[in-house]
Design a protein around this ligand. Structure first.
Ligand SMILES: Nc1nc2c(c(=O)[nH]1)N=C([C@H](O)[C@@H](O)CO)CN2
Length: 117
């Protein structure tokens, strides 16, 4: 199936397992591959048929900044669940990177796939 992509969506939020992390904001970078049939939007040139990457980005930013979260695994799961239930995305790959979490690594992260194409 076709996909709609979002790359390096930057979300500043309270994220982490340690006490010091609960007092600061840190950045997460999220990549999304969302299965979507792009043909109807292309054929009609009608936004109504498109999966709007701007709406998705805004919704996920609101969701993930709602309250403190400990694990990036939780962020990935919340993201996949939101896309499938609120946006009817049938399959999604979510990558959540936490730059700076391990000083000797450029970034660390997790990746999940949920749903079916
Ligand atoms: N698999 C994970 N490992 C770790 C996480 C996490 O979210 N998932 N988080 C931390 C700390 O919050 C870390 O980012 C502090 O630098 C450690 N390991």
């Amino acid at each position: 199936m076709d996909r709609v992509l979002i790359r390096q969506l930057k979300i500043e939020t309270v994220i982490g397992v340690y006490e010091w992390e609960k007092k600061i904001h840190q950045s997460l970078l999220i990549d999304l591959d969302m299965a979507w049939d792009n043909k109807p939007a292309a054929a009609s040139d009608d936004y109504q048929h498109a999966l709007c990457y701007e709406t998705v980005s805004n919704r996920l930013t609101a969701l993930i900044t709602e309250k403190p979260i400990e694990l990036i695994e939780t962020v990935a799961e919340m993201t996949a669940n939101c896309l499938m239930t609120e946006f009817d995305v049938p399959w999604v790959k979510v990558t959540v990177m936490k730059p700076g979490a391990v000083p000797s690594a450029a970034a660390v992260g997790v990746e999940i796939e949920r749903g079916q194409c």
